[in-house]
Design a protein around this ligand. Structure first.
Ligand code: NAP
Length: 438
């Protein structure tokens, strides 16, 4: 290859240190690793103890100096946050440098702006680590599955929430107790909002959706429900009914075919969902992630593995670096961009209104333990054309009863109207839980 490719690393935290470790130890890896050289590294605190041995002469607190360093060909952004990360990515592109980033927050919000800029500049922005940590999912969707019409992607794409749900299910412990423990063990952040409220999963499904369906959606419009209000009894009831409870991120086309000129309607959302115990996503436990892609003609293909952590995430980042290294001579020569490796969008997509989304539902109602209650609830559902798969009474105490309803596939609009009417029944005290169901 001749001259080594210069890498500028923005960030030397969990992921950055993992990347530096791989680059420092090329032995036994693909020979291209030896053609790559870490030139400079931006950090916030020069005195911080690092998890990787690195010459202090490489470190700087000025990330722009790294981006603008002429010896650097590829900028690796693993600092996180929206700014200055977004501006540094755009500046790198402007300078004709390809970028590798693990930053889902930036890509979910500014992916289109970044993709346009990179195309215009004739450089690559690769994002394999932004979704699913070490699981190869971005490049398989862009390249290996590109001959398919993708129908749906459903995934467990947040390791923290899957860890919490798995432990709640196994140990019968409450959300708050498991969260505290997960924080002390390093599986949850001290501020867990982005994970437990489903926001991180929403960022990731926005990215997958854009790649699978060929057009971006507005990240802020994705209906998002996390696991922070979940009660242990829903996990227990779900289990008795033959389901595991998972936080699923889903994006699916709601129209079979459409011309490329039409905007493609999509249902994209994040919500706690009952998954039948024999479904491939049901057995995904702990911090692992899994993404199920359904397409025509491939059918179903599932990607499974470690969704976070230094090693797995760095594995994805380095793969992106190597992909760029492999095509760099062509970038240098004539601005040629491989259309499958570069980000491409070919149509408009939009989210359908929430009330139009079809799904099965799990609903838990707190009712008076009186004769005829189930009949009254059934009448309301019937009036709204909601067909019921099962209706079960749990835990009848002195005066209260818990009734769990699983519906067949119905629109969210029908369910919303039914629940409004059910709330008005004198025998129903409250609607205590409402989730999706596969
Ligand atoms: N951790 C994972 O398992 C994982 C998985 C997938 C994707 N990601 C994504 O990867 C990115 C990095 O995550 P991480 O867990 O490695 O974060 P982290 O451990 O907090 O590391 C961030 C690094 O960036 C540096 N940094 C932050 N702001 C800076 C600034 N303004 N100027 C210079 N340096 C700055 C920090 O410097 P100091 O060390 O001096 O503070 C630190 O080295 C994020 O976008 C994250 O969403 C992470």
């Amino acid at each position: 290859m001749g001259k080594k490719l210069g890498i500028g690393l923005l960030g030397l935290g969990t992921v950055g240190a993992g990347v530096a470790s791989i680059l420092a130890d090329p032995n036994g890896r693909h020979p291209l690793v030896e053609e790559i050289e870490l030139k400079r590294v931006a950090v916030r605190d020069l005195k911080r103890q690092r998890k990787v041995l690195i010459s202090s002469s490489l470190l700087t607190t000025d990330p722009l100096a790294v981006v603008e360093d002429e010896s650097i060909n590829i900028v690796v952004e693993v600092m996180g946050g929206l700014e200055p990360a977004r501006s540094l990515i755009l500046r790198s592109i402007e300078l004709g440098k390809s970028v590798v980033t693990a930053n889902k927050a930036v890509i979910a919000r500014y992916g289109e702006e970044i993709a346009k800029a990179s195309k215009a500049a004739g450089v690559y922005v690769l994002i394999e680590a932004a979704v699913g940590g070490g699981i190869p999912i971005i490049e398989p969707i862009k390249q290996s599955l590109s001959g398919n019409k993708i129908k749906r992607i459903s995934g467990i794409i947040n390791g923290t929430t899957n860890y919490i749900l798995s432990r709640m299910s196994k140990e019968g412990t409450s959300f708050n107790e498991v969260l505290k423990d997960a924080q002390s063990l390093g599986f949850a952040e001290s501020d867990p909002a982005a994970d437990v409220e489903g926001l991180d999963a929403a960022d990731k499904i926005a990215i997958l959706s854009g790649l699978a369906f060929g057009g971006s959606i507005n990240r802020s419009e994705i209906p998002t429900q996390g696991i922070n209000k979940l009660e242990i009894k829903d996990i227990n009831y779900a289990s008795q009914l033959g389901y595991e409870l998972k936080l699923l991120a889903i994006t699916e086309r709601v129209q079979e075919f459409s011309s490329r000129n039409d905007s493609l309607p999509l249902a994209t959302f994040v919500q706690p969902t009952l998954v039948p115990k024999d479904h491939p996503l049901a057995s995904v436990s702990g911090v692992n992630n899994a993404i199920l892609v359904e397409g025509d003609p491939i059918g179903e293909v599932m990607f499974y593995g470690p969704g976070a952590g230094a090693g797995p995430t760095a594995s994805a980042v380095v793969a992106d670096i190597l992909n760029i290294a492999g095509v760099q001579p062509m970038v240098d020569l004539n601005n040629y961009l491989d259309p499958l490796l570069s980000a491409s969008s070919w149509r408009k997509c939009h989210l359908v209104e929430s009330k139009e989304i079809l799904q099965k539902n799990y609903i838990r109602l707190n009712c008076k333990d009186a004769p005829g209650v189930i009949g009254q609830i059934g009448t309301v559902f019937g009036r709204n054309n909601v067909s019921i798969e099962s209706i079960v009474q749990f835990d009848a105490s002195q005066s209260d009863a818990e009734i769990v309803v699983i519906t067949h596939l119905v629109s969210k609009g029908q369910i919303a109207q039914s629940l409004k009417e059910i709330e008005g029944l004198s025998s129903v005290q409250s609607i205590t839980a409402h989730m999706g169901c596969l």
